[in-house]
Design a protein around this ligand. Structure first.
Ligand SMILES: Cc1cc2nc3c(=O)[nH]c(=O)nc-3n(C[C@H](O)[C@H](O)[C@H](O)COP(=O)(O)O)c2cc1C
Length: 414
């Protein structure tokens, strides 16, 4: 029977672990739990113990526990260690190598895969200290699931920081239990960062400006990179697609959040900027829903330019990835516009596609955006290669394989 060691941190989302434990037990897993002192302020060890049918471990200096099993064995007996909810505090301690309580001692003593599900207030999540710690932990080989973007428990608070939902947690745990997807492959030991999907730029708390990007192409590139052995970070705008198992997925809404998440995800060997990032956002979006008033004029929206993620990442500097691939979605003069983009952005390659309505065979008549097929042109310094109509996963497989070859050729020549 596979054994999961669940470390519950002291966050408001700790109660969700009760459901997670039930679902894990239904699937036949043995679940042992370590609770931090703060976690016990949110859920009781009694409730957790009743659901796991095991004793719950809370104290590093419990003589009986140490004699019976001990923190080293506790960490080694598990097939996977799951930290949920992972507080900002736990992330900081893990990144710093602290070991001043049972949870952190277990995490320091383990040689098993560790999966972390953060949950906290959006400002805590986006704080540079937390993002630094997350980058460090990713570089240390810790897997992440979530956080999700949405409403917080605190009234009026929204953004990235919600604990991943139970089905996503279960998928991530089962993926971690299945072991590394690919031990070898042309991208083994490499880090690939992919942006995917649209961004949502708020007008007021209920309205936003968006685009038709589905995220299918970006998500397929993340999956293809993973299949070639890479460690993959996927920064995704709001999409209706499941997270590709095995990738570290960071959910964002706006272009500014996407840029922050991409920066936090660096360094990377290859970056694929496949997201359809809004060029503009609404200047000073309203804090309250804009109301219709009788006889009043329609509100005027004033737009300001968003940060240019591709150009920022492709700029020369110590953190510049070896290969930066941008996407150009055009509705006319596809190759000409994409050539201009290649010259102006500093990217190594541009993948250009025609997203005019109805383009794309097999796209269900809805065009490339949202469809399953794509016809792309690859623009590099050496010229343009036009590929035939392919499924988005075929485009992804071929693109990632070519990127892996280019990266490995570049490494050999250095
Ligand atoms: C009501 C309340 C809710 C909290 N929720 C969170 C949370 O969701 N995420 C978080 O990182 N910290 C949260 N905190 C702060 C943590 O409880 C605090 O940093 C604690 O030291 C974490 O301990 P631990 O990491 O050992 O579990 C909350 C505190 C309070 C009082």
């Amino acid at each position: 029977m596979k054994q999961i060691l669940l470390i519950i941190g002291g966050g408001i989302a700790a109660y969700k672990c009760l459901d997670l434990i039930r679902r894990l037990r239904e699937r036949g897993y043995r679940v042992r739990v370590v609770m931090t002192k703060a976690a016990q302020a949110f859920v009781t060890p009694l409730a957790v113990g009743a659901l796991t049918n095991e004793r719950v471990f809370t104290d590093l200096f419990d003589l009986d526990d140490e004699r019976e099993i001990g923190h080293i064995r506790l960490s080694r007996d598990a097939d996977v260690i799951v930290v949920a909810p992972a507080t900002a505090d736990l992330l900081a301690k893990m990144a710093g190598g602290h070991a001043d309580d049972l949870a952190t001692c277990v995490l320091m003593a383990t040689d098993k895969p560790v999966l972390v599900a953060p949950a906290m207030n959006p400002r805590m999540w986006l704080h540079p200290a937390t993002q630094r710690n997350v980058s460090q932990l990713r570089a240390d080989g810790i897997a992440f699931t979530g956080p999700e973007t949405g409403e917080m428990a605190e009234r009026g608070e929204a953004g990235p920081g919600r604990l991943a939902e139970t089905p996503q947690l279960l998928a991530a745990i089962e993926h971690a239990l299945s072991g590394p997807a690919t031990l070898a492959g042309p991208l083994a030991g490499r880090h690939v960062l992919v942006t995917s999907g649209p961004t949502h730029e708020p007008i007021d708390p209920v309205r936003y400006i968006a685009n038709r990007s589905s995220g299918k192409q970006g998500h397929a590139i993340a999956a293809a990179s993973l299949a070639l052995g890479a460690r993959v970070t996927l920064v995704s705008g709001p999409v209706a697609l499941p997270d590709p198992p095995g990738c570290t997925v960071v959910h964002v809404e706006t272009a500014a959040e996407m840029l922050a998440a991409v920066r936090a995800g660096l360094p990377a060997d290859i970056v694929f900027c496949a997201a359809a990032v809004a060029d503009w956002r609404v200047a000073g979006s309203a804090g309250q829903k804009i109301k219709k008033a009788k006889g009043a004029d329609a509100p005027q929206l004033s737009l300001v330019e968003n940060p240019d993620i591709l150009k920022t990442i492709a700029a020369p500097g110590p953190e510049r990835p070896a290969l930066v691939v941008g996407f150009a979605a055009e509705t006319a003069d596809v190759v000409a516009h994409a050539s201009a983009k290649l010259a102006s952005k500093g990217a190594d390659w541009i993948v250009a596609n025609d997203v005019s309505h109805g383009s794309g065979i097999g796209s269900g008549g809805g065009g490339v955006m949202g469809g399953d097929h794509n016809r792309v042109h690859i623009l590099r310094a050496g010229g343009v290669h036009s590929w035939p109509e392919l499924s988005k996963s075929q485009v992804a497989d071929r693109l990632v394989a070519e990127a892996a070859n280019a990266l490995n050729a570049k490494s050999k020549s250095q």
